[in-house]
Design a protein around this ligand. Structure first.
Ligand SMILES: CC(C)(COP(=O)(O)OP(=O)(O)OC[C@H]1O[C@@H](n2cnc3c(N)ncnc32)[C@H](O)[C@@H]1OP(=O)(O)O)[C@@H](O)C(=O)NCCC(=O)NCCS
Length: 310
């Protein structure tokens, strides 16, 4: 059995981590699903180190082969006031099956335990390697999602909704957005919303839905548009009808560009119907899992892999 040094990522590891992410996902998907993953190049894979080094510096743990110095695996994590999220976990294909991810996970479980917080993640229900890793560690599935690919036509989708105004979020909306998400699913991601709305990378979109009667923000929906990740989410919305309008507004940012995915909760039947009516195609299924207590969800909660939430 090989020995691995488990340590925090340094900036000089970044090219190695990007390669790890690209190789690991592509090899796994080619072998198990018969197609390439959504990370087509090293440049695309670098979105993870670029964004996460800015958002959560010193929150990536790597496994280094003690003999050769080669990077064998990496995993990001995102500490927040209410919880810790576990981000993209990857192991180099030549190290698959050698408990590298088990060691990386143990490090992050320890981070969450020291903070006395729940550890949350979204894992593929079709990737038995990753599902087994988390279920062996005691994670419990809390919600199920279908990953739906939606090709957005040149003219976009009609995102209007009676009784509501949809618009881009501003920094002044952050407090209301955070209060809404806390009420619906008990997580505080003030930092993320500030980061998305500031949009220094030019890859984020954030829409809010304002209830015309009450003037309150009833929903938020974000998106990321980058060669390394194209998806709608995270989102927290009171009703399925409102969620559909917000998702369509974020999808409209992709007109004539890449085809994004959106993780639609399997128990949101009306919302699912709306997304399939747009031509959405199921491509995978994911489960939101947590290690530790997880508040009951209300409304519609849309997760994302960037940065991963559950
Ligand atoms: C998923 C992935 C990270 C797993 O990494 P790995 O280092 O090969 O996994 P490990 O060797 O640590 O095995 C994980 C655990 O699952 C167990 N396991 C694997 N398949 C299992 C099965 N069918 N049933 C039960 N347990 C199983 C292993 O025995 C191990 O548990 P143990 O340490 O208690 O023995 C790796 O396959 C990978 O990088 N895949 C591509 C990228 C990816 O899919 N990432 C996850 C989504 S972002």
């Amino acid at each position: 059995m090989k020995n691995f040094i488990i340590r925090l990522k340094k900036e000089s590891d970044n090219p190695g981590v990007a390669k790890l992410i690209m190789d690991s996902l592509n090899v796994w998907y080619r072998k198990n699903r018969g197609f390439e993953s959504c990370v087509p190049s090293l440049d695309a894979a670098s979105i993870y180190t670029r964004i996460y080094d800015a958002l959560d510096p010193d929150c990536c743990v790597v496994a280094e082969d003690a003999e050769t110095g080669q990077l064998a695996g990496s995993c990001f994590f995102h500490p927040r006031p209410t919880h810790v999220s576990l981000g993209i976990m990857t192991v180099a294909p030549e190290y698959f099956g050698q408990k590298v991810s088990t060691k990386l996970l143990a490090y992050i479980v320890d981070v969450a335990e020291r903070r006395n917080q729940t550890l949350r993640l979204v894992s593929s229900a079709m990737n038995l390697d990753s599902f087994s890793l988390y279920s062996k560690a005691g994670f419990v599935p809390r919600a199920m999602y279908r990953d739906v690919l939606v090709a957005v036509p040149e003219q976009g989708f009609d995102d209007s909704l009676d009784g509501a105004t949809l618009r881009d979020a501003t920094p002044d909306d952050v407090d209301a957005i955070v209060a809404l998400e806390q009420e619906l699913c008990g997580v505080d991601r003030t930092k993320d919303y500030r980061f998305f709305i500031e949009n220094r990378d030019g890859v984020w979109g954030v829409s809010v839905l304002v209830n015309s009667q009450t003037g309150a923000i009833d929903g938020v929906m974000c998106s990321v548009r980058d060669p390394g990740c194209n998806m709608v989410g995270p989102g927290a919305v009171r009703t399925q009808e409102q969620a559909a309008a917000l998702i369509k507004r974020e999808l409209n940012r992709y007109k004539g560009q890449w085809t994004p995915i959106v993780l639609v909760p399997t128990d949101c039947v009306e919302l699912g119907r709306e997304i399939y009516a747009l031509g959405g195609k199921n491509t995978e299924t994911h489960v939101a899992q947590s290690l530790g207590e997880s508040p009951v969800r209300k409304g519609v909660i849309i997760p994302t892999f960037m940065p991963e939430t559950a």
